[in-house]
Design a protein around this ligand. Structure first.
Ligand code: C2O
Ligand code: CU
Ligand code: CU
Length: 412
């Protein structure tokens, strides 16, 4: 799907599955009732029609089911797509933008087969969730793409449930990083590897020479900490993800702009409140997700800084609904370039802390909460998730008691 900032969007979703599910707009700033989280379940055979106005910068967002306790199962079976946003500013920049020509969606999921059938089982001794032994791009095995332009933009999405990738090109050539989860970076940056945990996006631009081939690959990496967690979480595995085959003659592409514009995420200087989130597979801040409990009450319109600490050696990440954040620090230090753009999901390696700044905008909704959670979907399903709700005024709230809605605005 594709929309421009300022446009009104309405999507009709019909659930043709034999079980209930939802569709969540990952990275989208929108009213809680339209969010598609576990409070907006769609019954089998029913339809749900959320509507909202797009009000955020150009970005590569995505959508996927979010049924309470069943997200891994639904996403792993392929329910994931992209929602691309553009705006006046991005339309003026000389970036590759012909969809499917020089601007390619690259949705990466790892899979495993048992003969001709999918095998969705977890590996023994793996505490991160499902790990496949090969990858698919946009639902295709062994994919390649013939390209006819010098510059090719890849919109990378790690839509895997647990796998962390370290993407680069097979010949180690550099690429340009232009965007992260929530939109374009301030300036184009060159690099040769980018690490992405589940749910994260990156927009990269690759320069091609006539007639050549190169492969987007995921390299073995140490994202998983010590030797044993690395072994069992699959950090040793390399994957060939997507082959690019350049035509004999290529269209010339304009040079990439060096400056891409200002970020719309706060730098933390106006923060009115800090919060702490301790991550363990057993829960966040010692608690498992409960649909009927709001864990954090937030005053709409304010900036906060959240410190998220992975308290053991299992890899986790952290995703917040509705907002984009800025990563201020990783273990007290300035974050690497790929974490300096707008983010909604951030990798938090074992025994590491990240400090984030975000602004909570939009109308307060005392009845429907948003979620924050680990986006390793098995962990999310186990209850590594909490809920936040908005309040209108500046009074500090104790944890509110709250009655969960289990059905959103249903239209059948
Ligand atoms: Cu990608 Cu709570 O979601
Ligand atoms: Cu989300
Ligand atoms: Cu986790």
């Amino acid at each position: 799907m594709r929309a421009k900032r300022g446009e009104k969007v309405q999507v009709k979703i019909k659930n043709a599955l034999g079980e209930e599910s939802t569709v969540h707009w990952h990275g989208m700033h929108l009213p809680a009732k339209m969010d598609g989280g576990p409070h907006q379940m769609i019954d089998p055979g029913a339809a749900w029609t959320p509507r909202w106005t797009v009000d955020q910068p150009a970005a590569t967002l995505w959508y996927h089911p979010h049924p309470h306790g069943g997200t891994e199962k639904h996403v792993q079976r392929g329910l994931a797509g992209m929602f691309l946003l553009h705006d006046e500013k991005s339309d003026r920049l000389a970036l590759p933008e012909k969809y499917g020509v020089d601007d390619l969606p690259v949705i990466v999921q790892d899979v495993k087969f048992d003969g001709a059938k999918f095998d969705h089982g977890h590996k023994m001794l793996s505490d991160t969730g499902f790990l496949g032994n090969r990858t698919m791009v946009n639902g295709t095995l062994g994919p390649y793409k013939e390209v006819g332009d010098e510059l090719v933009r890849l919109r990378l999405l790690n839509a895997s449930t647990a796998r962390i990738y370290d993407f680069g090109l097979s010949d180690d050539r550099e690429f340009a990083l232009i965007g992260t989860d929530g939109g374009l970076l301030e300036r184009t940056t060159r690099m040769d590897r980018i690490r992405m945990s589940p749910g994260e996006r990156a927009e990269i631009v690759v320069r091609m020479k006539p007639g050549e081939r190169t492969t987007l690959r995921s390299f073995p990496n140490d994202s998983y900490g010590d030797f044993w967690s690395k072994r069992f979480a699959g950090g040793d595995d390399p994957f060939d993800v997507l082959e690019l085959r350049a035509r004999k003659k290529l269209r010339t592409s304009p040079e990439l702009p060096a400056e891409l514009g200002e970020l719309e995420v706060p730098d933390g200087s106006e923060s009115v409140r800090g919060r702490f989130f301790g991550l363990r597979t057993s829960g966040i801040n010692g608690k498992k997700m409960q649909m009927s409990r709001i864990d954090e009450t937030i005053t709409r319109g304010t900036v906060e800084t959240w410190t998220v600490r992975n308290e053991h050696s299992t890899p986790h990440n952290f995703h917040i609904h509705d907002v984009q954040f800025r990563v201020l620090e990783v273990d007290g230090r300035v974050p690497p370039v790929e974490l300096r753009g707008a983010k909604d999901t951030v990798f938090v390696p074992g025994n590491t802390s990240v400090k984030l700044a975000m602004r909570f905008d939009g109308p307060a909704d005392p009845d429907t909460p948003y979620m924050y959670h680990c986006h390793l979907l098995y962990h999310e399903d186990l209850g590594m998730m909490g809920q936040f709700g908005g309040r209108r005024d500046g009074r500090e709230g104790e944890q509110g008691s709250y009655t969960a809605r289990t059905r959103g605005p249903l239209v059948t």
